[in-house]
Design a protein around this ligand. Structure first.
Ligand SMILES: *[C@@H]1O[C@H](CO)[C@@H](O)[C@H](O)[C@H]1NC(C)=O
Ligand SMILES: *[C@@H]1O[C@H](CO)[C@@H](O)[C@H](O)[C@H]1NC(C)=O
Ligand SMILES: *[C@@H]1O[C@H](CO)[C@@H](O)[C@H](O)[C@H]1NC(C)=O
Ligand SMILES: *[C@@H]1O[C@H](CO)[C@@H](O)[C@H](O)[C@H]1NC(C)=O
Ligand SMILES: *[C@@H]1O[C@H](CO)[C@@H](O)[C@H](O)[C@H]1NC(C)=O
Ligand SMILES: *[C@@H]1O[C@H](CO)[C@@H](O)[C@H](O)[C@H]1NC(C)=O
Ligand SMILES: *[C@@H]1O[C@H](CO)[C@@H](O)[C@H](O)[C@H]1NC(C)=O
Ligand SMILES: *[C@@H]1O[C@H](CO)[C@@H](O)[C@H](O)[C@H]1NC(C)=O
Length: 476
């Protein structure tokens, strides 16, 4: 009896003690009533109860202890103030009424990404929070335009990072919100339904390092956009839009740029010779456009000494692969070269062998004729090689890495034969069934999904290193 009750009192004591210890600071400092009311209103405007927000429904409780809310003590205030609101991926639904949050005047970070918040989105209202630095509304169902003058005329926002990607925003017309965002460093509106031109006012964000408006319906040319004011730009993603006209030569003023992705637009004309000044450029994808002048493109880009990934696929319609006259020297860092599809005729240039760091080479679907230069066997780092669907003939080189490439690399070249593979993509000598299965799997892996995966992987890595890492290290 005695033992049990002593244990009980011990347990009771420790519960009381630990709850005292936990509660003491909160008892002394709890969240400011204005912040609690703002959060409660936000919660009721969503029309749902947020799990982990006890008391929000009747405007009571210490909001600093609510899920995703972080407070800080400032000397200027008697109470704790909400500085960080992270409600990402909590299954929130309902409309976003920015006016409910606008009173959180010490809020720095608002993260509502990966929810199902819908309704019209009006950025200027959210920008009324004077200290807001990070606003992440990505992966919701917001509609409306990405426009609107700053809330108070002449007031400028401290916003550094704006992410509205994967929503259903439509317009970029009307007064531009970018004029009021002089500190913006990272802007992503990827995968919305934005139409119109790339807003010229974006060039007033002179601190911008990361710009991603990929997978929208932007059209028109880039010639009117002056990139020289974006001297800090490190990555630009305009892929999967309907942009036309020439590549913007003014991009050559962005000396820190590492990633340029213009894939799948309707861009035409040559690669501007000024691009040779892009000494930090490491990823360049202009695949699936109507770019002309493969010779000039390679002559220009070979001066970009950091270039590791170069994708020129499906351009240069009807042009010949550069022959012996073009030096394929330079490119000291090139790891992945894709020139697949649509440049016709002569043999594979033996000078490709000068690209000694090359790891992946994709020359598929090019109507290339002739033999595979034996000198390519000297590319000791080459691990992926694809010359399928051309008109190559003769012997597959035997030495070096060539014995390691799957037969699918050579498929679709009926004239080709070799020690292991023939030009029909089969293993020479009638391989047993299980080998054939292996070859098929290999060919699936090596086709488009492989390259997409490879490119996405490289992209992701670059985004992490180029954008995310400097961003956080700059801030902390
Ligand atoms: C609010 O609700 C909680 C629990 O639902 C209750 O304990 C508290 O008394 C309520 N406060 C007011 C002011 O109604
Ligand atoms: C918002 O939260 C999501 C999920 O936790 C996270 O992946 C994302 O990086 C956050 N956004 C910012 C800007 O930190
Ligand atoms: C492009 O955006 C649409 C929605 O607008 C989305 O369904 C699709 O997955 C996106 N594509 C890519 C490649 O991100
Ligand atoms: C672009 O801006 C730079 C400096 O901001 C200026 O010197 C240059 O003349 C502008 N170019 C055009 C074509 O407007
Ligand atoms: C692509 O651009 C050309 C002009 O350069 C234009 O004639 C054509 O209609 C455009 N195609 C699309 C799909 O926008
Ligand atoms: C390219 O040069 C190699 C030797 O350097 C020569 O054998 C080949 O015939 C040349 N090809 C063309 C198309 O001139
Ligand atoms: C080659 O170009 C054609 C026509 O633009 C396109 O339909 C096809 O998908 C492209 N093939 C590859 C492998 O990119
Ligand atoms: C490749 O296939 C074609 C047609 O299917 C056939 O005529 C040719 O003999 C095959 N080549 C080899 C090396 O098996």
């Amino acid at each position: 009896m005695f033992r049990i009750s002593s244990e009980r009192s011990l347990v009771a004591f420790s519960i009381i003690f630990s709850s005292l210890v936990c509660q003491l600071p909160h008892g002394v400092w709890s969240c400011a009533p204005a912040d609690r009311i703002a959060l409660s209103r936000f919660s009721s405007s969503l029309g749902m109860e947020i799990d982990g927000w006890p008391g929000a429904a009747n405007y009571s409780g210490d909001c600093c202890r609510w899920l995703g809310v972080r407070c800080r003590r400032f000397r200027a205030y008697h109470d704790l103030r909400v500085v960080n609101l992270d409600l990402a991926g909590l299954g929130l639904t309902g409309p976003l009424l920015p006016s409910t949050l606008a009173h959180l005047d010490e809020l720095r970070v608002l993260n509502l990404s990966r929810n199902s918040i819908h309704g019209a989105f009006f950025l200027p209202e959210l920008l009324r929070m004077p200290r807001l630095r990070v606003l992440d509304l990505s992966q919701n169902s917001l509609t409306g335009e990405l426009t609107g003058a700053a809330a108070a005329p002449g007031s400028t926002s401290r916003l550094v990072h704006l992410d509205v990607s994967f929503n259903m925003l439509t317009g970029l017309r009307g007064p531009s919100v970018f004029l009021g965002l002089p500190r913006l460093r990272k802007f992503s509106a990827e995968s919305n339904q934005l139409s119109g031109l790339l807003p010229r006012s974006l060039s007033s964000c002179s601190e911008l390092t990361y710009l991603n408006v990929a997978n929208n319906s932007l059209h028109g040319t880039l010639t009117g956009f002056n990139f020289s004011r974006l001297a800090r730009l490190r990555a630009i993603h305009l892929d999967w839009n309907q942009l036309s006209g020439p590549l913007p030569a003014s991009l050559s003023h962005c000396r820190e740029i590492r990633v340029v992705n213009f894939r799948r637009n309707n861009l035409s004309g040559p690669v501007p010779p000024a691009f040779r000044r892009l000494q930090a450029l490491s990823f360049f994808d202009i695949g699936v456009n109507s770019i002309t002048g493969i010779d000039q493109a390679l002559r220009t880009l070979q001066h970009c000494r950091a270039l590791a990934v170069l994708i020129l696929t499906t351009n240069f319609h009807g042009e010949e692969m550069p022959g012996n006259t073009t030096t394929m020297r330079g490119f000291p860092s090139l790891r992945l070269l894709g020139i697949a599809n649509r440049s016709t005729a002569p043999p594979i240039p033996a000078t490709l062998a000068a690209l000694t760091a090359l790891q992946k080479l994709d020359l598929s679907c090019n109507e290339l004729a002739g033999e595979i230069p034996g000198s390519l066997a000297a590319l000791t780092f080459l691990s992926c090689f694809d010359v399928s669907h051309n008109r190559l003939y003769g012997l597959v080189p035997a030495g070096g890495q060539f014995s390691t490439f799957p037969c699918s690399s050579f498929a679709g070249n009926p004239g080709l034969h070799g020690q292991y593979c023939d030009g029909n993509g089969s293993v020479v000598g009638g391989a047993p069934e299980y080998d054939r299965a292996l070859v098929t799997v290999g060919s699936e892996m090596f086709r488009l999904p492989f390259w997409l995966g490879m490119i996405t992987g490289v992209c992701a890595t670059m985004i992490i290193y180029v954008v995310v890492v400097p961003y956080y290290s700059d801030n902390d």
